[in-house]
Ligand binder design. Structure first.
Ligand code: LMR
Length: 404
């Protein structure tokens, strides 16, 4: 028998991930005044990753209860799945038609969703927004899809270029999968209006497209229920679509990897079929999800008092981010003769486009320890009263030098 030698020499070198690579760089930066505006994580006014009070209380209760660490079913913790579904779809959704699993964060939901779709719709293409979250491209290409981009942003007004988006989507072949950000579009912060969602829902139905919502920032745009507008609209119209939701940001539970995947089906029979396929995909990947984070979230969402505390905490996070947006844009707009930063006032969520090029972003990082994503995306949730002016001045300094 011929012995094949496996040499890892043949592995291709992999470039660092633009977001996680940056985080590692930030962590090893020894400068005391460094500012992390790269990765989408919420820091409080003191510049710390918060442990929410609702989470702390739930953890105390669970510690006391001291349950053994059992295996969860492939679909995850059922109480968690029910609570997650109610949070996303509202209390009056037709739950029997929504196949649901607990996932490893929102990214895990996207990956399992992609795998299930690829197995059943091998010819479909996936369409993501231009610009968008780069990892969407990786996830869907890794699942075997060809991924293409639809136009999204009108850079002049910094709003959704709905006309361009619509006219691209209306020409797609039936069965195409369209990735949509339910709220707080990453990275632009420009969201569709309610009227535009209504038009889009109509288009998707008429053209037989399959929407796939990424819902990672529920509560960070307007409110927990308001941010689910597009999803609930399509569910009430009995449309077929997919949702990947994440609780990393709104529970500040990044490391617990808590997310959920929903397939909204047109009847119960379809939901049963999809449920089986999702569980099969999970079994062949990580078998079943972890318990701890799901236990915390489920407990909070089922305990009215705790849930109220959590909702208030989400409001506080959202309002702090909005305050930082306003603050940053005020300083930038007052002092920049070159760029109209006020046009970004209507954006929502954690991110804003600084307008800096990759080279300028590098410059900010190496000279001042201010970390932005290479695309120029700035995470507002890393700003606070102590650093916002300094960051604004640093951006202006670079922008002003452009004219020289
Ligand atoms: C981000 O966009 O920074 C976050 O969603 C974290 C990630 O996984 O990229």
């Amino acid at each position: 028998m011929k012995i094949v030698e496996h040499s890892f020499e043949r592995f291709a070198p992999q470039l660092p991930d633009p977001i996680f690579g940056l985080m590692a760089q930030f962590q090893s930066d020894a400068r005391p005044n460094k500012v992390n505006l790269g990765i989408g994580m919420y820091y409080n006014e003191a510049g710390e990753l918060p442990v929410l009070r609702s989470v702390w209380l739930a953890k105390e209760f669970l510690k006391e209860r001291n349950q053994p660490s059992r295996y969860l079913p492939m679909a995850g913790y059922s109480e968690y799945c029910c609570a997650a579904r109610a949070l996303v779809f509202g209390d009056d959704a037709d739950t029997e038609c929504i196949a649901t699993i607990q996932t490893l964060g929102g990214t895990g939901a996207l990956r399992i969703g992609a795998e299930v779709l690829k197995r059943h719709f091998p010819e479909a293409e996936v369409w993501v927004s231009d610009t968008g979250w780069d990892n969407h491209l990786t996830i869907f290409s890794n699942a075997g899809f060809s991924v293409r981009r639809y136009p999204y942003l009108d850079k002049g007004s910094y709003t959704v270029d709905f006309e361009a988006m619509y006219s691209c989507l209306e020409r797609l072949p039936r069965g195409s999968i369209v990735l949509l950000h339910a709220c707080c579009h990453n990275p632009t912060g420009a969201d569709l209006s309610k009227a535009q969602w209504l038009h889009l829902a109509e288009l998707v139905r008429d053209r037989g497209l399959l929407p796939f919502f990424d819902f990672a920032y529920q509560g960070f745009a307007v409110g927990i229920d308001e941010d689910a507008y597009a999803i609930r609209l399509m569910e009430r119209q009995n449309m077929a679509f997919v949702v990947a939701s994440s609780f990393s940001k709104n529970f500040s539970l990044y490391g617990e990897r808590c997310g959920a995947l929903f397939f909204c089906c047109q009847n119960e029979r379809q939901a049963g079929l999809v449920q089986g396929q999702m569980e099969y995909a999970v079994r062949g990947s990580y078998s079943n999800p972890p318990l701890h984070g799901a236990d915390i979230i489920s407990y909070i969402l089922h305990e009215t008092g705790l849930c109220d505390i959590w909702r208030t905490e989400v409001t506080e996070m959202r309002e702090r981010i909005s305050g930082m947006r306003q603050c940053l844009l005020d300083v930038l707009s007052r002092n920049s003769a070159r760029l109209d930063y006020y046009r970004l006032s209507g954006t929502r969520g954690m991110f804003i486009d600084s307008g800096l090029s990759p080279t300028e972003v590098d410059q900010l990082r190496s000279q001042l320890g201010i970390y932005l994503a290479p695309s120029g995306r700035l995470c507002l949730a890393g700003l606070n009263q102590a650093n916002v002016e300094m960051v604004a001045e640093a951006i202006l300094d670079i922008v002003d030098k452009r004219s020289i």
